[in-house]
Design a protein around this ligand. Structure first.
Ligand code: GLC
Ligand code: CA
Length: 546
């Protein structure tokens, strides 16, 4: 189907900004130290004030919480830790009153080993649910092959009752679902349609590029039947409603992204890919093996995605999520220039084409944390620590990796105010609050137009006011400049110009676009006396009619 600009312009999610909530760490309503649905409901006014259009809710379904809810044991019920189904219905309706849609996190690559399907599946090979999972013959101690799980250890687990191994790409408590089985697929579609009936606004699809696995050929990502499965899934569910769907795809290239997010709506609305995120790891190694941040590469990656998907697909724009370290501690400066650099990164990202995602606390410029080892909670972090210690890494080396990359950097409680536990809970929090909450918190920023919060609030408004944000064509400027990230977005009647300094020192910029830049929409410093000098982490966004 030809790309049809008219149809696409009216997709609500093209001018939307999505806010991600990690429910455990957002707001606790009952003092048990764990965030919950009533906590979220009590903070909807805050989100309305920020101006977001939708909430991506990390999983709240029933789960033994081996991987904080990414191990679901009942897809049609809420975990008691977070509340009840009625609370969820209340959240959908209360959010709806504020024109905020709720996007559920669908974990379809695997279930919990405590899901009814798996409890049945492991009973016998003849059990009708056995084939819902991925099994291979073998003998105890003789693994089908040497594949490893993402969270450490082998990807195979022995079940004596059936004399077989099951396959798990993540923890042993997250057995992989067998998408080859049409009955399983049907059950999944029915479940999704049930949630659509409840009024959810869309779905985020967890590790969706891993569902079509073929372990015999050691294929996990981008299996041969992946896009066939996605088209069937979309046809049977999403296409029936005006939903947003976003697929987490670590292995996506721009070519694959055009399939996922084809404007003909045959698969998903957009892709959530990580090429710009994985740049600070040594190529071919693990995320823990840190490499210096390659600025020119960052520009090249963003530029390529902007160009390749223009008119042919749709991307997510993000710096953070619940698996990633805080961006201000990564590409920014979480010391002296925390506020300036947090705003710069926001302005840079929100000027591009795609749908922006804000991860809770990002709008405050929240930073990474340095916990003592026993304060970490994440299964990946704890497994990594053990594994690397056994391999002979020093404790210091491992801790450096954790400070930089542990997923718990993103999972520290939301910093609401400077009161005890940052106003997150009246009990004792499941994970320690970042001690900088006295300085960095929502209460102190909400009424201050110059705060990081104020900057995000303004960026969200701009996106709704000016059509160039959704439609403008991207052009990178100063491609080889080692200090400056600059680009334009151009549509029929207007042009956006974004100029950012990525360093903690002044740089001179020579750009003919600055001769007549137009009106300053947003910046992170007072108006410059010398428009051709950018101060530390300075960012400016201009707009003009053509
Ligand atoms: C995704 C989630 C992550 C989870 C994993 C397994 O990458 O974002 O948090 O651990 O999938 O479900
Ligand atoms: Ca609670």
């Amino acid at each position: 189907m030809e790309y049809n600009n008219e149809i696409n312009r009216y997709k609500w999610w093209k001018t939307a900004v999505i806010y991600q909530i990690y429910p455990r760490s957002f707001a606790d309503s009952n003092g048990d130290g764990i965030g919950d649905l009533q906590g979220i409901i009590s903070r909807l006014d805050y989100l309305e004030n920020l101006g977001i259009d939708a909430i991506w809710l990390s999983p709240v379904c029933r789960s033994p919480q081996d991987d904080n809810g990414y191990d679901i044991s009942d897809y049609q019920d809420i975990d008691p830790m977070f509340g009840t189904l009625e609370d969820m219905e209340e959240l959908i309706s209360e959010a709806g009153k504020r024109r905020i849609r709720i996007i559920m996190d669908l974990v379809l690559n695997h279930s919990s080993d405590e899901h009814f399907w798996f409890r049945e599946a492991r009973k016998s090979r003849e059990n009708p649910y056995h084939d819902y999972y991925v099994w291979r013959d073998g003998a105890e101690g003789e693994l089908p092959n040497d594949m490893r799980a993402v969270f450490g250890g082998p990807a195979w687990e022995w079940v004596p009752e059936v004399g077989q191994y099951y396959f798990h790409q993540f923890s042993v408590k997250q057995p992989d679902l067998n998408w080859e089985n049409p009955r399983l697929r049907r059950e999944i579609y029915d479940m999704i349609n049930w949630w659509i009936e409840k009024g959810v606004g869309g779905f985020r699809l967890d590790v969706i590029d891993q569902i079509a696995k073929d372990p015999d050929r050691k294929i996990t990502n981008n299996g041969p039947r992946l896009h066939e499965f996605l088209r069937e899934l979309s046809r049977e569910t999403f296409q029936k409603a005006d939903l947003v769907t976003v697929g987490e795809a670590w292995g996506a290239t721009t070519e694959l992204a055009k399939l996922y997010s084809n404007p003909d709506n045959s698969e998903l609305s957009m892709v959530f890919q990580f090429e710009h995120i994985c740049l600070d790891q040594i190529p071919g190694k693990e995320k823990w093996d840190l490499a210096p941040l390659p600025f020119l590469k960052l520009k090249e990656v963003f530029g390529r995605w902007q160009k390749e998907l223009y008119g042919k697909g749709w991307n997510s724009l993000f710096w953070n999520n619940h698996d990633l370290p805080r961006i201000v501690s990564r590409w920014g400066n979480d010391g002296e220039y925390r506020v300036e650099s947090a705003k710069m990164l926001a302005i840079l990202l929100h000027g591009m084409q795609g749908t922006p995602y804000i991860y809770q606390g990002e709008e405050l410029g929240m930073t990474n944390v340095r916990y003592a080892l026993e304060e970490y909670r994440d299964i990946e972090t704890l497994n990594l620590y053990k594994e690397r210690l056994e391999k002979g890494y020093s404790q210091e080396e491992i801790m450096e990796s954790l400070y930089a990359k542990s997923r718990d950097n993103a999972r520290t409680p939301m910093q609401w105010n400077d009161g005890e536990n940052a106003g997150f809970t009246e009990g004792s929090p499941w994970i320690r609050v970042n001690p900088n909450y006295r300085e960095i918190n929502a209460a102190s920023q909400m009424t201050d137009g110059e705060s990081v919060f104020g900057c995000y609030q303004r960026l969200i408004r701009l996106r709704k006011e000016y059509s160039v944000f959704a439609d403008g064509e991207f052009k990178m400027l100063l491609e080889d400049d080692e200090d400056i990230f600059a680009y334009t977005r151009t549509e029929a009647f207007s042009r956006l110009l974004v100029v950012c300094n990525f360093h903690d020192r002044e740089v001179k910029v020579s750009l003919k676009e600055l001769d007549d830049p137009g009106k300053l929409l947003i910046a992170n410093y007072q108006e410059a006396e010398q428009p051709t000098v950018l101060r530390a982490y300075e960012a400016r966004m201009y707009w003009k009619e053509r």
